[in-house]
Design a protein around this ligand. Sequence first.
Ligand code: FEO
Ligand code: CA
Ligand code: CA
Ligand code: CA
Length: 547
Amino acid sequence: PTPTPPPSYAINFAPVAANEQNTVTVPNGYTVDVLLKAGDSIEPGTPYSGGFPTPADAEKWSGGNHDGMEYFELSGTDANAGGLLAINFEAPDLNILMSGDYDPAKATADQKALALSAVGVGVVEITKGSDGKWAVKAGSKFNKRYTGNSSYKASGPASGLLSATIKGTLNNCASGRTPWGTYLTCEETTNNYIDPTQPERNYGWVVEIDPYQELAPATKRTALGRFDHENVAFMADSNNRVAFYMGHDGTPGCIYKFVGDRSFSTTNRASNIDFLDHGTLYVARFNADGTGEWRALVHGQNGLTETATDPGNVSQSVTPPAPKTVAFRNQAEVLVDTIVAARVAGGTVMDRPEWITVAPDNSAIFVTLTNNSGRQTADKANPRTRNLHGHIIKFKEKDNSPLATTFTWEIFLLAGDPALAGFGDKLEGDIKGDTFSSPDGIRIDPKGRLWVQTDHSVPGTSGKPSTSIEQVFGHNAMFYIDQTSKQSKRFLVGPTGCEITGIAYTPDLKNFFINIQHPTDNWPVAGQQPRSSTIVVRRTDGQPVGN
Ligand code: FEO
Ligand code: CA
Ligand code: CA
Ligand code: CA
C-alpha cells in the first residue's frame, strides 16, 4: 500500500535576487543567525579565537566545510525547541588551523593531526532561547566529535578485507538517516589523505553513527558499497521494509540503492543494530525509453564473476574505451570495487550524481546530476555533452515500492540560463523562473516541498572568463522548485566563495538549518578569518518557513 500523499503546502515568499554580496540574503520577513562556526567548541575545550590550535584543541572543535546534516528529536524535549544536530565536516577550514599551505607530502605530524581533526562529524545538542535564537548547549553529554583521527569499526560482507580498527572517517560529504534514528555520514573519497600504513579500501563507505550513543560505536557499513558517496535517502513502506538510495559523485558515477533483507523494528531499536549489514545492493540502469532497472550487485549475478567485462566510463570519450577483463572472486570484492562492479552489471554512468531525496508519499525520487564538463557521449538520461550546469532527474519506483526492481524516469529540468546560450552546447537549460547552475543539495521536506542548493564552483569553461558564471547566477544559492509547474524561486543566497549545502529542520518547519561551506571572504565575523558555518533561517513572525 502507498502512504497517503501529504497535503499541498503553499509557498509564499518573495524570491531574492541573484547577488554577489558577502552575506546571507533571505526574503523579506526572514532572519538568519549563525549557530556553529568552524572552530567553535563542540566538546569542552578552548575554541578558536584567532590563534592556531594544538591538535588536542582542534579535536574538540567544530570541524570545517560543514556539509550534510540531520536533526534528531530528544525524548522528553519539545522537538521544536531543542534536539540534536549531527553535522558532517567535509574538509578542513585550514585557514584557522595552521599557517601557509597544507601539503600532505611535507606535513608534520601535528599538521596532519590538525587537518584530520577537522573532518568527520559533530553531534551537538541545540536549544531555542526565549528570543527564538538557537544555541549549542555547552557541556551536553550528547556533544561529540568523530574525526579523521578517531577509530572506527567495519561490518558487513567486506569487513574481512579491512583493518579491525580503522583510523578516521574522511571527506564526510552529505548525509542521511535511518528510520531507527541513526545518522549516516558519507565518505566522498576512496583515496584522499591516504595514510601509507592504511590500505586504500578503508575509505569510501557509509558510516552509521548513533547520535544518542546507545547502539553500536561508529561503524562503516560495507554492504552499502565503496565509492565516493554523496548522500543517503531512505524509502520505507508500510511493512517497514526500507531502501537506501545513494549517488556516487564520480565523473561519471552511478546511482545505487541498498534494500535490507528484513523489516526494521519500530519497537526494539537495538534489534536494528546490524540491519545495514544484511541486504542487496543494486545499481540503476536508465533505459532510453524512460524505463529503468535495478541490477543486483551480487557475486555470480549480472556478470560479476571471475572473468567479468568492464566497459569503462563510456561517457567520457567519443569512441568507447576498450573493455577490460576484471575478476570478482567473492561478494567482498564486489563491495570493495563497487564502481567497477556497477559498470560490469550494466549500471548507467551519470553526470556526477550528488544528492538524492525521496518524496514523503514515496511517489517520486529526485537526484541532482551536478555537471560533467568532460562528457563527450550523451545518452537519454545524460542528454548534454560538455554538461557544464547539470540537471535533475525524477524517477518513480514501480508501485512506489522500495523493493521494486524496475522504475520509470524523466528529466525534471536542465540547469543553465539563456544568458549563457552564446557559449554553446545547449547551456541555456529549461528552468522556469530563477535559474541556477550545478544543483547539488536537494531535499523534499515533510510537506512535500522541493528545495535545491547549488555548488557552481566556476568550472573554468573554455572561451569565457571564470567569473561569468557568477555574473549570471550570483553566489551559490538555495531554491524552491514547484514540482508541477517547475517554477523556481530563489530563497537564499550565500556569501562570497561559498557553496550552500545541508538542509535540516525542526518538525514544525519553523527553523531551517543550512550550511555555508568554504566562504572565502571574512564571513561570518567581519574582520576575522572566513569560517564555514551552520546557520538558522527563521521567519520573524514565527510561522513555518515558506508558508
Ligand atoms: Fe561533497 Fe559531491 O559534494
Ligand atoms: Ca555535494
Ligand atoms: Ca558539488
Ligand atoms: Ca563541497
